[in-house]
Design a protein around this ligand. Sequence first.
Ligand SMILES: N[C@@H](CCC(=O)N[C@@H](CS)C(=O)NCC(=O)O)C(=O)O
Length: 339
Amino acid sequence: MTRTTASYLEQGEYQRDTDYLTTRITADGRDGYPVEPGRYRLVVSRACPWANRSIIVRRLLGLEEALPMGVTGPTHDARSWVFDLDPGGRDPVLGIHFLRDAYLARDPGYDKGITVPAVVDVPSGAVVTNDPQQITLDLAVEWRAHHRPGAPDLYPEDRRDEIDEVMDRVYRDVNDGVYTCGFSSDQGAYERAFRRLFDTLDWLSDRLEDQRYLVGDTITEADVRLFTTLVRFDAVYHGHFKCNRHKLTELPVLWAYARDLFQTPGFGDTIDFDHIKRHYYEVHTDLNPSGIVPLGPDLSGWVTPHGREALGGRPFGDGTPPGSPPPAEVVPAAHTPLR
Ligand SMILES: N[C@@H](CCC(=O)N[C@@H](CS)C(=O)NCC(=O)O)C(=O)O
């Protein structure tokens, strides 16, 4: 039986599966998979925050042609993700319906999580990596020769220690922290995760009060990682995962910061609120047995002025924002407040 994140509901304290396929795609090909435009396919669900990071980074760096993307539907059963949005229910390049088949092509005995994001080697049809932390860092560093002109440096060498330090706390207490709250089956474990989450949001709020981005004065990988949790906060985590000390919209600094990023090309244009809500409320039947997907919240606030330009900062450093997403990757108008 394939393990899924849902199986951790059996434990009092939720433990995230970090047992990844960690083969890396690198410029020098040291793991046997060299960076090669058009060779790999990034498979995502727009619902998933970990996959969302890779969609954003790919957009910011202009890697859409070099690394084409397959998008699964927002919901899945115990067999995990399926390409049910594509004509005939198959990914047009990989030719598969179940993402699981790409994991089995890598290892016929594979029994770990069938997760997104996953990068698939198209010639063999096999997953190379599903390690979300490393995938985006490698897009920023190893794929540099294929970045668009004007791409930002999301992981600048002289800031890496600080970026890593911030990301470490954000990962533990925020990105993963919301899941720890939501999947705890023990009151004490939930309360500890809840306090750590909101203590860290308060810390981030203080840090961002006078500075536009988390590290330095430009957008970095750290901002991408925080954003993908913040953008899901009121739509899902506040209610579904019981992260309800405050809504994001009640935390003025973080709400303005999140809107600023949402309105930056490459961030908000990757967000599909319909997929996000359907995924969590329909897939986690343990937490939401009725499968009812809430109609709210009102999303119109995401496109209101945020005022963060007054803090200065240079979003793309010496570079430029990305252009519009390729037409095939535009999020349907009914799923986003962006016009
Ligand atoms: N497990 C990874 C992130 C990837 C992940 O958990 N993705 C989820 C979606 S948000 C998934 O694909 N779950 C599939 C499943 O549980 O069947 C991590 O620890 O960072």
